[in-house]
Design a protein around this ligand. Structure first.
Ligand SMILES: [Cu+2]
Length: 219
């Protein structure tokens, strides 16, 4: 009882405290081998590390369709539940061996779905154990200050608490790049990134048993 009462007081105080926050924005360029801009720069994500702001977990849906994860890159918050419906009439599986976010869903096909609740912040690589060409990413964030980059390479993260924060930009072919950015109590802070995807090499990944995929898929 007392705990609930204290919590409600804390909530009222929290709501009554003006949040001093700025907007973070900038551009992200993803460059390929020849210096050309990547076609899929809008698969990049920018996030702010550090601010401790808890929000209700936000989930997402990643559909398995035509032997692909759609969308290929998904961002959720810690505690977020991701649904993985299979819209193909063949079996798929979803698994990851990414650290503490490791998981493995059963084989299932349309109209079945599976789900995973992600509890650890990080970049989670997801695969299907039948089809090696199926790959995707779930980025799990411990605060709401992130944005997907738009088709024009720009991004905006609103309401970032004032402070000096590490801002990271990520694309699957470049990995992470970071900057420390001072966000004011109002107004706009700028952080732009050039991500180098020129050294990326497509390499086969292992199946969920840590073995090579069988040659010649049957489905
Ligand atoms: Cu599959």
């Amino acid at each position: 009882m007392r705990g609930a009462w204290l919590r409600s007081v804390a909530l009222v105080l929290y709501a009554a405290t003006p949040i001093l926050a700025g907007t973070l924005q900038g551009k992200v360029a993803v460059l390929e081998k020849d210096g050309k801009r990547a076609q899929d720069a809008d698969a990049a994500v920018v996030w702010v590390e550090g601010p401790k702001v808890r929000t209700r977990p936000t989930g997402a849906t990643v559909t398995m369709k035509s032997k692909a994860f759609v969308p290929r890159v998904t961002v959720v918050s810690v505690g977020g539940r991701v649904e993985f419906p299979n819209q193909d009439s063949i079996f798929h599986n979803v698994f990851s061996v990414s650290g503490e976010n490791r998981f493995d869903l059963e084989l299932y096909k349309k109209p079945k779905s599976g789900f995973k609740v992600f509890e650890q912040p990080g970049v989670v690589r997801i695969y299907c154990n039948i089809h090696p060409q199926m790959s995707g990413f779930v980025l799990v964030r411990d605060n709401p200050f992130w944005a997907k980059v738009g088709a024009d390479g720009s991004y905006t993260v609103p309401d970032v608490p004032a402070g000096s924060w590490v801002v990271k930009a990520w694309h699957e072919r470049s990995g992470e790049s970071e900057k420390t950015v001072a966000v004011g109590e109002a107004g706009v802070a700028e952080a732009s990134f050039t991500l180098d995807a020129s050294k990326y090499r497509r390499a086969p990944h292992k199946n969920k048993f840590g073995k090579d995929y069988a040659v010649g898929e049957k489905y």
